[in-house]
Design a protein. Structure first.
Length: 116
């Protein structure tokens, strides 16, 4: 089992920044990718960014150039730096860890609200 705990969400004005953190614990051997997803009210959960290793990242078109995903293996932590935030970025953000055998693990989510 893998446990994921997110932090760093909150209320921010348009144009502002936030950094989300996700700490993994448990049996993390075999995790091949980590990522962030988000779900806005009334919408399906969508991919925001994934990290598969140094230089191997993927972003949704809507966040390219504004968000950056990174990982600190020594701390078992994945980050999402979010800059130039827009109201449409408002959502619950979920951390994801994907195991080589195909199983996905999820955090409990952290709310990000972008509003003036």
């Amino acid at each position: 089992q893998v446990q994921l705990v997110e932090s760093g969400g909150g209320l921010v004005q348009p144009g502002g920044s936030l950094r989300l953190s996700c700490v993994a614990s448990g049996t993390i051997f075999g995790i091949v990718s980590k990522g962030w997803y988000r779900q806005a009210p009334g919408k399906q959960r969508e991919l925001v960014a994934t990290f598969r290793g140094a230089g191997n990242t993927n972003y949704a078109d809507s966040v390219k150039g504004r968000f950056t995903i990174s990982s600190d293996n020594a701390k078992n932590t994945v980050y999402l730096q979010m800059n130039s935030l827009k109201p449409e970025d408002t959502a619950v953000y979920y951390c994801n860890a994907h195991h080589a055998l195909g199983r996905d693990f999820w955090g409990q989510g952290t709310q990000v609200t972008v509003s003036s």
